[in-house]
Design a protein around this ligand. Structure first.
Ligand SMILES: Nc1ncnc2c1ncn2[C@@H]1O[C@H](COP(=O)(O)OP(=O)(O)O)[C@@H](O)[C@H]1O
Ligand SMILES: [Mg+2]
Length: 238
């Protein structure tokens, strides 16, 4: 579904992503972990085509990531919501509904509004929303087209507990539907019981690419070892 080969991204002289390769097969729910500045957002933005890669290749469903065919196959929820100030919540969903030609978009949009408790905000302009509400609208926009591949950059940041629970539930549903999902996060508990595989980035490189089970058993199959401890262990500086 997503194939990345020898991807490098430099910002002038800074190498933010350094020759990484990985593949996500259909149905994979994968956590992209790593400390601040590891290169997670840069990787995702390059996949989406918001940043131009310096080197390497990225394909989505066999098509180059910047092609129209590829763009129909994925959605992206950015780290910081990017909404249109002068559109209402409902107009955002309508816009996405038309842009992606979503069948029965009204029904699906209403269901998302329900799940994220946005009914009373439906006709509010984006510029009037709080940060958390913007994040919810941004997630709804990412979910509405029901694509094959979802790229979420720190989706839980700014969400209230109920929306975090709802988002985790949605991830589980996507998994059941054999969708492919990449979730970048440093909130480890949010993906601990969700992802079958984890990629850990550090200083632009992928230092771990492992099944969750394997990662856990590596540290002695101790049920008390949390993903957080694993994470600190593998990312600590020598
Ligand atoms: N627009 C930019 N210009 C220059 N350097 C950047 C820019 N965006 C990110 N970086 C640098 O690239 C590296 C990776 O950043 P980022 O991808 O945001 O990491 P993460 O999402 O894992 O926190 C960091 O060293 C960061 O300072
Ligand atoms: Mg980031």
């Amino acid at each position: 579904m997503l194939k990345i080969e020898h991807l490098t991204k430099k910002y002038k002289s800074i190498v933010a992503v350094d020759d990484i390769s990985f593949t996500l097969n259909q149905g994979n729910i994968v956590g992209l972990l790593g400390p601040n500045g590891a290169g997670k957002s840069t990787t995702i933005k390059t996949i989406v085509g918001l940043l131009r890669k310096t080197n390497g290749s990225i394909t989505v469903g066999g098509y180059s990531n910047t092609s129209r065919e590829a763009k129909k196959k994925f959605t992206y929820v950015p780290e910081v919501p990017e909404l249109y100030d002068m559109l209402t919540v409902w107009e955002h969903l309508k816009f996405i509904g038309y842009a992606y030609n979503v069948a029965n978009f009204e029904e699906k949009a209403e269901r998302l509004i329900e799940r994220y408790d946005l009914w009373d905000k439906k006709d509010k302009l984006a510029k009037e929303l709080s940060k958390g509400m913007k994040q919810k609208v941004s997630i709804c926009c990412g979910l509405l087209p029901e694509p094959d591949l979802y790229l979420f950059d720190e989706p839980m940041i700014g969400l209230d507990p109920k929306s975090i629970r709802e988002t985790k539930l949605i991830f589980k549903e996507l998994s059941k539907q054999q969708k492919t999902v990449l979730i970048s996060t440093h909130l480890l508990d949010s993906i601990e019981n969700l992802c079958q595989r984890v990629l850990v980035m550090k200083k632009g490189e992928i230092i771990v690419d492992m099944a969750m089970e394997e990662m856990k058993s590596k540290l002695g199959n101790n049920e008390n070892v949390s993903l957080e401890e694993l994470f600190l262990e593998v990312t600590k500086d020598e």
